[in-house]
Each structure stands twice: as C-alpha cells, then as structure tokens.
Design a protein around this ligand. Structure first.
Ligand code: NAP
Length: 286
C-alpha cells in the first residue's frame, strides 16, 4: 500500500478491536481496485466517542465502521440516519461528507445477499429467527422486506415481543409470531423452511452448545448460523447430519463489509478477494 498526501482514510471505531478482520478485507479491496485509501483500527473507549466523532470530521475521514460498544450510543452523535438504522436501532457504518456524518446499518443487506448467494429465496417462506438482539433485528428486517413470515424465538420473550411490535408497526401486513422455549415448540418448527441463529450460542466459548434442540431440525430446512467463528458450529453440523442445508455467517460478514465499502467509495468491491482476505485473517494457514 502506497500511502501519500492524497490517501483517504477510513477506519473502524470500537473497543476492544483485537478480533476485527475489517482492515484486512477493506485494504485488500482498495488495493485491488487501485483506490488510494487506507482503512485503520481506531480504538475508542466509551467516554471518548463524541470527541472521536468530531475528530473523524476534523481529520477528513471518509467514514468508519462502528462496532461494540458504540453501535447504539453513536446514534445521537450523528447528523443524519439512514432508514435501516431506525429499524435496526444500531449503526455499523458512518459516511462523512462535507463535515456531516450519516449513520447506516449494512447488516440486513449483508444477511439477505448471503442468503441469496447460498441459493435461498426468502419470499413467501416461513422462517424462525432465534435471538432478538442486533443481528436478529437485521435478519428480521431483511426477511420482512423480502416477504417472509417470521417467528421469533428468544431466551427473553419480552425482547422478542418488543421486536415483533416494532416490525409490525413498520410493516402492517407482516406476519410475525413469538415462540417460546417449551413443549409445543416442535409443532411450530414443522413448517419452517429457514432457521436463523442470531445468538452467540455456538461460538468459541460455547462451541459444544446449540441454540435449539436437534430434534427440531429436518431435511427440508435451510439453517443459517450467523456465527462466523468457528466456521462450522454444532448447530450446522447437526443440521447437516439431519439432511438440512447449513451455512455459517462468514458470507454475511463479507457482504455487510462490501455494502459499507460501496457507501464510502461508490464502487462495488471484489467479493472473492474480500472473502480470501477474511479467510486468511480468520484462519491463517488454510
Ligand atoms: P446481541 O445484540 O448481544 O444479541 C444476542 C442475542 O442472543 C439476544 O437475543 C440474547 O438473548 C441471545 N443470547 C445470548 N446468549 C444466549 C444464551 N446463552 N442462550 C440463549 N440466547 C442467548 O448480539 P448480536 O450482535 O445480535 O450478535 C449475535 C450473534 O450474531 C453473534 O454470534 C455475532 O457474532 C453474530 N453476528 C454475525 C454477523 C455476521 O455478519 N455474520 C453480524 C452481526 C452479528 P436475550 O435477549 O435473552 O439476552
């Protein structure tokens, strides 16, 4: 990378940033396209966020990605919000132009693009989304826009009810139900063609756990686990063993990053190259 006086700056704001692979993906894409920009990690503690946003403007950054713990707290510090941010309630991308910072969320687009890439058409389908946090919100928004019928299953039912209520207000014709863990869960899963895991259950610390009982999985289903590390979760292994199609979260991660890149540069990045950079960063030696 040849950094010079015309190099544009983009970065990722979060704390900590030990595990991010965004710099590798974005710098690989910029280099392949011959764009003079550099993507850097910006470790910002919670109390410094307002100063950081002002600093990014003063330093003429083109934009940033936003990650934990700032995805929600950055909202009141921005000058404008894309519609998707209002639905999801979190920002993962900021574009800075003429001193104004606008917030976006590219997770819904990343989710639906990854699903389409894997050959699943969500229109008119019945889906179960497990979880009611930020990733679940993005998945539910994308599935509602695609015309799916959704059931939300979450450990804390109040959160699924709140999410369903908000989505119903947004899409009055949207068919959305709340499921609760219990005996009659199997009946509710019978018709579901798409199962989405939007919880961290199955990640490194809980790699021997699965968010739903194996008995609920069958061969007619498509299982999308949003976890990208490890690349194959217990849920995915169990789904495959029962004949279902299972994919992990890496493609969503790449497509949400590609959507951010497009917001900053107006250029579609090379997806395969971003994927190769992500795999190299996550799984060195493979
Ligand atoms: P979040 O906002 O903290 O939400 C976590 C959700 O998981 C909540 O609904 C929570 O339930 C539930 N949950 C947490 N621990 C649980 C447990 N032990 N048992 C049952 N439910 C549990 O997190 P998030 O940002 O939505 O992220 C969720 C997952 O999606 C993470 O694995 C993350 O890596 C992944 N993700 C992937 C991508 C991608 O691009 N592939 C993007 C974003 C997120 P309660 O409401 O009961 O607390």
């Amino acid at each position: 990378m040849d950094i010079n006086g015309q190099t544009s700056l983009i970065g990722i704001v979060g704390h900590p940033l030990t595990y991010t692979i965004s710099p590798q993906m974005h710098n690989a894409a910029a280099e392949a396209l011959g764009l003079n920009l550099c993507y850097v990690p910006l470790v910002v503690e919670a109390g410094d966020l307002e100063a950081a946003v002002n600093g990014l403007k003063a330093l003429n950054f083109k934009g940033v990605n936003v990650t934990m713990p700032h995805k929600e707290t950055i909202i009141p510090l921005l000058d404008g919000l894309d519609d998707g941010v209002r639905a999801i309630g979190a920002v993962n991308t900021v574009r800075i132009e003429a001193g104004k910072a606008t917030g976006y969320n590219t997770d819904a687009r990343g989710f639906i693009t990854a699903l389409g890439e894997a050959g699943f058409d969500a229109a008119g389908t019945k889906a179960v989304v497990v979880g009611a946090g930020g990733a679940a919100r993005a998945a539910v928004l994308a599935l509602a826009e695609a015309g799916a019928e959704i059931s939300i299953l979450n450990r804390t039912p109040e959160r699924s009810r709140a999410l369903a209520g908000e989505m119903k207000e947004r899409f009055p014709n949207f068919r959305i139900k709340i499921l609760e863990f219990g005996a009659e869960l199997a009946d509710k899963f019978v018709d579901a063609k798409l199962i989405v895991n939007a919880t961290p259950v199955g990640m490194k610390d809980s790699k021997d756990e699965t968010p739903i009982p194996t008995a609920l999985l069958d061969s007619g289903q498509f299982v999308f686990d949003l976890i990208y590390e490890p690349d194959e979760t217990l849920l995915m292994r169990e789904a495959s063993a029962r004949g279902a199609v299972a994919i992990g979260g890496l493609s969503m991660l790449i497509h949400q990053a590609a959507a951010s890149f497009e917001i900053w540069t107006g250029v579609q990045p090379p997806i395969d190259l971003m994927r190769a950079a992500a795999v190299k960063a996550l799984r060195p030696g493979r």
